[in-house]
Design a protein around this ligand. Structure first.
Ligand SMILES: Nc1ncnc2c1ncn2[C@@H]1O[C@H](COP(=O)(O)OP(=O)(O)O)[C@@H](O)[C@H]1O
Ligand SMILES: [Mg+2]
Length: 507
């Protein structure tokens, strides 16, 4: 059974119980008031039947009754009757006189056209002289006296008083009242039903539809909780679940996409040198290298290509090992100052012949300790220097190696006065296989893995790498490494220095 049906049933039963209770209450009330099983309206009738007139009216009635007994002839005198009616009118009552079923006198103040037919018939014994009667929808109590006129015609006189039609009203209104009450109860029930449907059933239906959508694999919708109640909370949890599910699926898809692009990149990068090598080998086989000079050139190119390929495979292997966290790190306390000095001297020696000026700029003369894997850090630094060399396009070729501190981090930076990195490339240069300018790269070579590897290594040291550059303004690559905890006196000095620096920044 659905909740809707259950709700309808429960409202239905509440309605039934209310109606039964209402009927029982009104019945018991009437019993309590009247003392017997008759209705309230009968109670009023009985009351007015017993006391139809007030004392003043009663006096006038007795006057008229005396006249009817003693001198009935005078009761045909219109002026006299009008006089009595006048007295009765003062106390909101009226007089009616009937003679042989015709109205001889009819009180103009009560004036009721149907009165004649409603008046009770002649009774010579005058058994019932006080009672009530309904004329149309008016309700009267009266005292009546029947008498013979001197000529033997039947005369009746009625002193009549209109009563509050309450009892009649009750009788006629009771069904309407019942209907209205019923309508009110039904309306209330309906409103409640609608309220509950709106606040409970509809959100549940939305939830169900959403669950169906997820079942079908559609996660693109958004579920907005309409309330803060339990159902709202349920919707919220559901929405959270949908969001997480979507994220995890997107991540999965991205991994898949990455894997595909990795494979396609690797195949492409291996395919190009292999095609060249194949061409040269075929050339040798077909006797194109017919002089020792040519042969030497061919073999030289082949060697260079194979070396390139070897380097590429090497880088690929290293990158994938770093990526899979398979490459072990052997950390040791390394003085970054000494490390950078060694690297700068080595590079200077190697690059001087190519016209480069390599200089070292360190923030403090003392040692700066970090926990590092020397060879990997050297590899990262080497990749940065290599790029600066590779992309250099100036007459005056400058490469700077900088060491400094920033908060709890040591900085190791390589900067050059080369072409710089255009802003649109900047976000992508640390992605594997990304090369800034494909056409230029075909001549400079490179796998697009250099910076990706440097980034892996920096992150392997719980550090980070950042590029600061603008097109045409040279590039600066900064590696941040956490400072090793300050153990020696020299370390303490560095620690003090960084604290001072931080304080300075605060002030
Ligand atoms: N010092 C630099 N000056 C200008 N561009 C650079 C520099 N270093 C890196 N780049 C840009 O970042 C790209 C990615 O570098 P990298 O990952 O080392 O790949 P590769 O050196 O094989 O091109 C380069 O192709 C180049 O466009
Ligand atoms: Mg590179």
């Amino acid at each position: 059974m659905s909740i809707r049906v259950r709700l309808l049933l429960s409202f239905g039963s509440v309605l039934a119980v209310a109606v039964v209770l209402l009927l029982m209450t009104s019945y018991l009330l009437s019993v309590a008031i009247t003392g017997d099983m008759r209705s309230i309206s009968s109670f009023y009738k009985i009351h007015y039947s017993l006391h139809p007139l007030t004392d003043e009216e009663e006096t006038i009635f007795l006057d008229l009754k005396y006249l009817a007994k003693q001198d009935p002839g005078r009761l045909a005198d219109d002026a006299l009757l009008a006089d009595y009616d006048g007295q009765l009118k003062m106390v909101q009552a009226g007089l009616f006189v009937k003679r042989d079923n015709k109205l001889l006198y009819s009180s103009p103040s009560i004036g009721e056209p149907k009165m004649l037919s409603a008046l009770p018939g002649y009774d010579a014994d005058n058994l019932s002289i006080r009672s009530t009667l309904n004329v149309g929808n008016r309700f009267f109590s009266y005292a009546k006296f029947d008498f013979p006129y001197p000529d033997g015609t039947q005369g009746s006189l009625y002193v009549m008083k209109e009563r509050s039609p309450f009892a009649e009203l009750v009788r006629t209104l009771l069904p309407i009242l019942g209907v209205v009450l019923l309508a009110v109860i039904m309306l209330t029930g309906l409103l409640l039903y609608r309220y509950i449907t709106r606040t409970m059933i509809r959100p549940l239906e939305v939830l169900k539809r959403s669950a169906d959508q997820i079942k079908e694999g559609d996660l693109q919708f958004e579920l907005k909780p309409q309330s803060r109640d339990e159902i709202g909370q349920l919707s919220q949890s559901f929405e959270e679940m949908r969001r997480r599910l979507k994220e995890s699926i997107q991540l999965q898809l991205q991994y898949e996409e990455n894997r595909k692009s990795l494979i396609s990149n690797i195949s492409h990068d291996l395919k190009t040198p292999i095609t060249t090598i194949k061409g040269y080998v075929e050339g040798i086989r077909d006797g194109l290298a017919d002089t020792p000079d040519k042969l030497e050139k061919y073999v030289g190119t082949l060697h260079a290509k194979v070396t390139d390929m070897g380097r590429l495979v090497d880088e690929l292997l290293l990158y994938s090992k770093l990526d899979l966290r398979r490459e072990p790190y052997s950390f040791e306390r390394v003085d970054l100052m000494a490390f950078a000095r060694d690297a700068a001297e080595e590079s200077a020696l190697e690059l001087e012949g190519k016209g480069f000026i390599v200089d070292l700029d360190v923030a403090s003369p003392g040692p700066l300790f970090v926990m590092a894997d020397r060879s990997k850090l050297m590899r990262a630094l080497g990749n940065l220097i290599q790029n600066s060399v590779k992309f250099m396009n100036r007459e005056e070729k400058r490469i700077g190696i900088r060491v400094g501190t920033e908060g709890a981090h040591a900085l190791l930076a390589v900067e050059d006065n080369g072409p710089g990195i255009p802003a649109e490339s900047l976000p992508f240069i640390f992605e594997r296989f990304y090369r800034g300018d494909a056409s230029r790269n075909s001549e400079t070579g490179g796998s697009g893995l250099g910076l990706a590897i440097a980034k892996q290594i920096a992150e392997g040291h719980r550090g980070s790498i950042e590029a600061v550059s603008a097109s045409g303004e040279g590039a600066r690559m900064i590696i941040r490494l956490p400072l090793a905890d300050t153990g020696s006196a020299a370390d303490a000095a560095i620690g003090l220095q960084t604290t001072k620096k931080r304080n300075g920044a605060d002030g």
